[in-house]
Design a protein around this ligand. Sequence first.
Ligand SMILES: [Zn+2]
Length: 499
Amino acid sequence: MTEQNPPLVVRGGQLLDVVAQCVRQADILIAGGCIVEVGQPEMDAPQGSVVIDATDCLVMPGLVNAHTHGHSSLGKGLGDKWSLELLLNALPWAGGGLTLEDKETAAQLNAAEMILKGCTAAYDMFFEFPTPSEDGLRLAARAYRDVGVRVQLAPMMADTTFYRAVPGLLDSLPAPHRERAEAMAAASHQEHLAVCAQMLNAWDHDRDWARPALGPTIPLHCSDAFLIGCRDLAKDFGAGVQMHLAESKVQAVAGITRYGKTLTAHLDRLGLLGPRFVAAHGIWLDDDDLKLLQDRSAALAHNPASNLRLGSGIAPATKMRDIGLVFGIGTDGSASSDNQNMFEAMRAASFVSRMHSPDPATWLSTWDVLNAATIGGARLLGMGGTIGQITPGFKADLVFLDLANVNFVPLNDAANQIVNCEDSSAVRDVMVDGRMVLKDRQFVNFDYNQLRLKVAAAVGRLAEANVETKERMEAMAPYVAAHCVGLACNPYHVKRTVH
Ligand SMILES: [Zn+2]
């Protein structure tokens, strides 16, 4: 038990203080997994305290990944020129057929990559087909815990297939693709909601480590009855809801066609938006949508690298900041943005914010980005009072960056260099809950080589099992692309791409 361990004192390091927006020399006293005191160098510590030498280190709060998909970590690098819609078309082979053990392996790999790259908590929309399962979610939660990442776990769900969700897509497919797409079926909303109710009822993980949430994936993929059911379950259990919202222009255009209003207005009409609601991506939101999210105290997970990777567009993050909408930064899953590197995601957030205006004063600053990737993300996970800051009373989730790493040589401005230079190679040690989980870039309690073997075995088996599915979906892809490009060429009242 952490409580029985002697206090720790981190000495000699430079501290990244995101609240005060400064970097300064400071020692940190830790007991019971929490930060007790942040003080001057050489401050007093209780007798028997174990000293952690942070000389030549920058100590920063563990980064919080606001949006990922643990099940898709096995899919990194599978695709190249995929739009979101081509990715969705590929998913049956690019992420299909996982056994329970594969799901655990995938979640472990996702968590391991995050720890190696300085991230200690995540909001994971975890997918299982045809419905979530209690076993799958339990194993995913355990996998994150084993590696040392806190997680908000939202089963990702749909009661409508992609082919029925996109207006006109089914009719645009020639035989035999149309028959195949018609034959695909999603589980009913009643089946999904029954599993979720059971999961929420039976959840017995330590909520400091793993919390349950709901992830009805995309408005167009979820019937109104399903969304209302999710809304009510979330309310009954005090659970969060995360959804992909207006991620692609295809979705935004289809939302107007389907609902006669924007996707955000549609969700608001159904009563989904509230303090526990997190919109992922939110690229194709207009000013009214953003204001609606802000008025309802909802939040947003900004995934700038994924948005570039899929050609989805540039989300209006400077507007989010300007109106006070809480937002975090996410990597998205590795099938769509192929790694779990929050340093890259931060840099992308910083850089793409420069595309909204020629006036540099309006761009996201280093501190805007660092704030979103720590304090903002913590609030999205409902952990705003416990993680994301190096402040007394907060959990001791700390990342030690090696200042001898070339990214920090010379050390001109540590905060700017975290956002503009660092690529995770300076991550030396990672502490979660007052315990080192990574030391000198080696996992302390977790066998990475064994994980590699499990991953290789799973990926080999899945590739073989999915050969036919891959052939079928790739044959369908040109038709999906043609239809979706046609939809994306329709006018829309905001512009988020340069074409
Ligand atoms: Zn996603």
